[in-house]
Design a protein around this ligand. Sequence first.
Ligand code: SAM
Length: 300
Amino acid sequence: MTTTSASIRAGMTPADEELLESALLAHGWAPRLCQHGSERGGCDWYHGAWQLLRMLGIMSTSGVNAAHYAAELARMGGDPSFSRVLITGSADYSMLKLIADARAPSDPPLTYVVLDRCATPLRVCEWYAERHGLVIETLHQDVLDPLPAGAFDAVYTHAFMGNFNDADRASLVGQWARVLRPGGRVVTVQRVRPDFPGEMVRFSDAEAAAFIERVADLAPVMLPPEAAELDVVAMARGHASNFWAFPVRSADDLRAQFENAGFRLDRFERSAPAGPAGVTGPSVPNTDGHYLITAERTEQ
Ligand SMILES: C[S@@+](CC[C@H](N)C(=O)[O-])C[C@H]1O[C@@H](n2cnc3c(N)ncnc32)[C@H](O)[C@@H]1O
């Protein structure tokens, strides 16, 4: 390739610059803040690397499914009954940004409540909110721990349900129903893997090798000089060997979990977002089986 990092940098947008700044901050914060103890001794391999890997365009983030969220955000925009939004789990500020960017100056004010069991993404969201004048509250807790009933008008989340086994996933959907007022809405995207044979989804050896190789190709040309000292290839290796998810095996069961919890599904559609050629595996935007979900909490 002939492109140099300097020429890429010249083309960096303010949003790119902001992501770089945030990525470097999170990388510095993660070893100290990623200490919630519930994920095999910490998750700094994830939160400390996520945004650097995201800069290479190969991670599955909410922006990959932006059109799905945009449709709902347009609907919520001018409606004053949507004033408190809960984001359950967010690797960084991307969901916060997605929502905030969709707001018009004339829209009623919104309070963003970001919940995560890890302090690093919460710190990243606070940093972003302060820069953009967003009203934010953070909840540093497991999502299944107690939350106030009926306290939120919407829940936004992305690829979150793979953090839960089948039983806990039903509890999660029940928790979303409890925290939403009647008429409140969940907007999410979840990958479904029909008949997945194993207990856990992990990178296969071949997927890990392709992922690491791709990062090694992209990092020197896409990352600006500020990140040059960082061993992003080692981060990719750490991500590929540590990442896990529980498989969501059945779209029908997923649909039933929402309906049993008191939701009406307004959208439940399979989609296939385009991912980077030759890279597959969990947490990268694979090209099939992403379900676009919008569910409304009914009166019960
Ligand atoms: C929302 S998921 C997937 C990330 C997503 N693709 C994105 O773009 O942000 C990742 C986040 O969920 C958080 N998380 C996982 N299990 C959790 C739980 N039981 N309670 C609260 N947060 C959790 C992790 O700490 C992580 O920050």
